[in-house]
Ligand binder design. Structure first.
Ligand code: SAH
Ligand code: SF4
Ligand code: F3S
Length: 443
């Protein structure tokens, strides 16, 4: 702790996180910064003095979840003296407008300004504070301060922001332009994590393939090779990759650097080249399939996951059929599928949307149904086989039931007589569902 006399000392705080892994990692940083001032984490909103909501703006629904939580907080604030902060992507998007619209909020901080959170909270003033200035330099939170949620697998953010401006996407307006973290800081953080016993690292960024060390200009592959050499780290993953920025050199690095998992999240969005063009994705259906072929040529055991948007403005039945065709061709291990949601400031929000809501809903159900069958077939083929699993936790109900992930990043639930949390184990798969594998530890 820095200063026992800090105004934050012994204040109880709670952080509620919506959105992606980067938001989770940001919350780990914010939690660390507050603990460093002597503030105390609580596990419920009701018992806290300071409530911070880390928000996501990617779809209308994510925004609405946040507003409904604010309703609950407004009620609590009538009974109790609490400070409510909005941070993250919705905060950055609406800035002071958010406080005008939702007066329960006391402060608003955007992702570029988390380094100021202790100062903002330590101020004794009733004035509302808004800190959403864009910064072009990387703000480094020392690794030892970050308070991580797990002890085995850790997130490390390597770049933030996006220069792609896909026509549907709000992220460039909430995370700003790309900022790349110096390679030596990343490597140092991962070294420390390895010394602290972490076995798995997930490198995060909106578009990790475009990473360049701001000091040397070395590409993402160079960083991966360095992380691969860090003693103690066993598994390396990264997300998200953009199909247009995935060169054969990355496939070669993935093949040669033995710790990099043969698992890749490669967002497709749509299987129709016409829709991809309107989305501004920078690749066609054929080019996407060619990338998959190229990677599978180098690594036949590669497991792919993807993101799909259905019901983009103007998407025809034929466009949609092509998405289904790609799902059947690639046979992803897992997908995240969404109904298109128009977002403020994006180019697509200005296009007339002729696709009826009922069609969008129906298409989402079809995508999920087709994919469920693919996953069920794939998972069934693993029954009787042995999977290497990194155990990450255990069931609250059954003390001999553990849970982890295999190299393909699938959830594996298994039986074990010993506590194996934080260890690699061999699990024999005995049954499965579409979304998880089940088995028992091999003795
Ligand atoms: N940077 C990453 C992730 C972006 S957000 C990438 O480029 O892949 C995660 C996913 O949310 C996207 O891949 C997309 O499938 C979905 N998404 C983004 N904007 C959306 C919108 N307006 N409506 C529905 N889904 C959206
Ligand atoms: Fe959004 Fe596209 Fe950037 Fe991903 S690459 S964050 S989908 S603008
Ligand atoms: Fe959401 Fe922002 Fe992440 S919009 S998906 S929290 S980058």
């Amino acid at each position: 702790m820095k200063s026992p006399g800090s105004r934050l000392a012994n204040k109880k705080f709670f952080i509620h996180t919506y959105g992606c892994q980067m938001n989770e990692n940001d919350s780990e940083r914010i939690s660390g910064l507050l603990r460093d001032e002597g503030a105390l984490p609580e596990d419920s909103i009701e018992s806290s003095d300071i409530i911070i909501i880390n928000t996501c703006a990617v779809r209308q629904k994510s925004e609405e979840k946040f507003y409904s939580l604010l309703g609950r907080l407004a009620e609590l604030k009538r009974k109790k003296d609490i400070t409510v902060g909005a941070v993250g992507c919705v905060a950055q998007l609406y800035r002071s407008g958010l406080i005008e619209k939702k007066p329960v909020i006391d402060f608003v901080i955007g992702p570029d300004n988390y380094g100021q959170i202790q100062d903002i909270l330590a101020k004794q003033t009733d004035e509302k504070i808004v800190s959403t200035r864009w910064r072009s330099e990387w703000h480094e939170v020392p690794s030892h301060i970050v308070h991580r949620n797990g002890k085995t697998s850790a997130y490390t953010t390597i770049m933030e922001g996006c220069d792609n401006f896909c026509s549907y996407c709000i992220v460039p307006f909430t995370r700003g332009r790309e900022k790349h973290r110096p390679e030596r800081n990343i490597v140092e953080e991962i070294r420390q994590l390895a010394q602290g016993g972490y076995l798995e690292i997930q490198l995060l960024g909106q578009n990790v393939n475009s990473y360049r060390d701001p000091e040397t200009g070395f590409p993402f592959e160079h960083l991966l090779e360095k992380v691969n050499r860090i003693e103690g780290i066993q598994w390396i993953r990264f997300l998200a990759s953009h199909p247009k920025d995935l060169p054969p050199s990355l496939a070669r690095t993935m093949k040669e650097a033995k710790k990099i998992c043969h698992q890749l999240h490669l967002p497709l969005q749509s299987g129709s080249s016409d829709v991809l063009k309107k989305m501004g994705r920078g690749y066609t259906k054929e080019e996407y399939l060619e990338k998959i072929r190229m990677i599978r040529f180098h690594m036949p055991d590669m497991s792919f996951s993807t993101d799909i948007i259905v019901g983009f403005p103007g998407e025809t039945d034929n466009d949609f059929e092509q998405t289904i065709e790609v799902l059947k061709k690639v046979r992803f291990t897992n997908i995240f599928s969404f109904r298109y949601s128009p977002r403020p400031r994006t180019a697509a929000a200005k296009i007339d949307d002729s696709v009826p809501f009922a069609a969008k809903r129906e298409r989402l159900l079809v995508v999920q149904d087709v994919q469920k069958q693919i996953q069920l077939e794939h998972n069934s083929s693993l029954i009787g086989k042995t999977e290497k699993v990194l155990c990450l936790g255990k069931s609250k109900k059954d003390p001999q039931r553990y849970s982890g992930r295999n190299e393909a990043y699938q959830v594996v639930n298994f039986h074990s007589e010993h506590d194996v949390i934080g260890q690699f184990v061999e699990v024999r798969i005995t049954s499965c569902g579409p979304y998880s594998l089940h088995g028992a530890i091999k003795s």
